[in-house]
Design a protein around this ligand. Structure first.
Ligand SMILES: *Cc1c(COP(=O)(O)O)cnc(C)c1O
Length: 381
């Protein structure tokens, strides 16, 4: 994320000097009014009207009964594992190509993350490799909807049913994405979202657990607030956490929810423009959208192979020299020191080497997108 000016965003003016960040939040709706309301009313901590409002509106958006707001996406994921009682001796299958938090939360519980490879079409966790990784100790699967494209949930849920496993969606990057017409967040027992500053909507830091299960929702609320007994003040039958969201943050969330459909539509329009302009460029693979999927293109991402004539990292350096920010794909988690196993997951390793996230903010103008594409195409020459 970057705090660069967006003064020319929306004007259609081409300013060749404007630095184009990968992501920046858009906070130009009711954000300031609602945050001001928290300050003037002094409801700034984790009690206040915006918290249940944000939870209810986000749950409705996903098509589930309950939303439990948390301090960030990582704590939402950790809370999901905690309320399921996952711990030492258990295994949880996660994709290796994801943000580190998906694996770290498994370790926080004392359980062991087991890494599955990606499938080459959608870049998401490969159900066939998940099937190979299931053991007697497996308790859960955490599919990630990577960069905004939903994972193959039917195949994953079928494996879970067959082996009596719980599925938790890591939907941190995919608010509003859909699988066969159904929104993520409603495709498994539990789902976790992030509202970090570069996510599809933001509360600064923040997260949400979504579920249709009233017992799990109640457990999550309880553990989120130190696990204090509802009938005996300061009596804690279990070890809980402070994973609460503040009313200030929820106020931002309520304002962002007023524009979430607009943001997603803009993300998809940006993706269409990028795709139209980049299609047919040798050595560039466009991001997937399976026939059964609605991709929200959290990050518009491309793969760069040998046919492009310039490597992935030199292309990123060229973009930087033109004032355009970009990001490499995540490193496969099984290659990083805390998790290194020496095994190979070749599809994820290739995607990780070839992938770039291009500027994807909803504040991008069409001219910004054209400028990024021109810079890519001139790099190939
Ligand atoms: C952002 C992200 C998270 C963590 O969210 P935070 O709010 O930063 O804690 C987890 N999983 C994935 C896939 C993410 O992209």
């Amino acid at each position: 994320m970057s705090q660069t000016t967006t003064a020319d965003a929306g004007t259609g003016k081409t300013n060749l000097d404007r630095f184009i960040p990968v992501a920046e939040p858009v906070l130009t709706g009711n954000e300031l009014a609602y945050v001001t309301d928290c300050v003037t009313s002094s409801w700034v901590s984790s009690i206040g009207k915006y918290i249940p409002r944000f939870e209810e509106e986000f749950a409705r958006f996903c098509g589930v009964r309950y939303g439990v707001a948390t301090s960030n996406g990582t704590t939402a994921l950790h809370l999901a594992l905690a309320i399921l009682g996952i711990g030492p001796g258990d295994e949880v299958i996660v994709p290796t190509l994801t943000f580190i938090a998906t694996a770290n939360v498994v370790r926080y519980t004392g359980a062991t993350p087991v890494f599955a490879d990606s499938e080459p079409r959608t870049w998401n966790i490969d159900p066939a490799d998940v099937a190979r990784k299931i053991t007697r100790r497996t308790k859960a699967i955490i599919p990630v909807h990577l960069y905004g494209h939903p994972a193959e949930m039917d195949a994953i849920n079928a494996l879970a049913r067959e082996h009596n496993l719980v599925v938790i969606e890591d939907a941190a990057e995919a608010h509003g994405a859909a699988y066969q017409g159904r929104r993520v967040g409603a495709l498994a027992r539990l789902a976790a979202f992030s509202f970090y500053g570069n996510k599809i909507i933001t509360t600064g830091e923040g997260g949400m657990l979504t579920t249709d299960d009233d017992a799990l929702a109640e457990q999550a609320r309880w553990l989120r607030d130190h696990g204090m007994s509802p009938t005996r003040r300061y009596w804690h039958p279990v070890i809980g956490y402070n994973y609460r969201l503040t009313n200030l943050q929820a106020a931002l969330g309520v304002a962002q929810m007023e524009r979430i459909e607009e943001f997603i539509a803009r993300k998809r329009a940006i993706a269409t423009l990028y795709s139209d302009l980049l299609r047919g460029t040798p050595g560039i693979t466009l991001p997937p959208e399976a026939p059964w999927a609605k991709n929200v293109y959290w990050m518009f991402s491309i793969l760069v192979d040998d046919a492009f004539g310039l490597g992935r990292d030199p292309l990123m350096a060229h973009l930087k020299s033109r004032g355009i920010d970009s990001r490499p794909f995540f490193h496969p988690i099984h290659t990083m020191p805390p998790y290194a196993t020496g095994t190979s997951l070749p599809v994820a390793e290739r995607l990780s080497r070839q992938g770039i996230n291009l500027p994807s903010s909803v504040a991008l103008t069409d001219d910004d997108v054209r400028r990024v594409v021109r810079a890519i195409q001139e790099a190939a020459q």
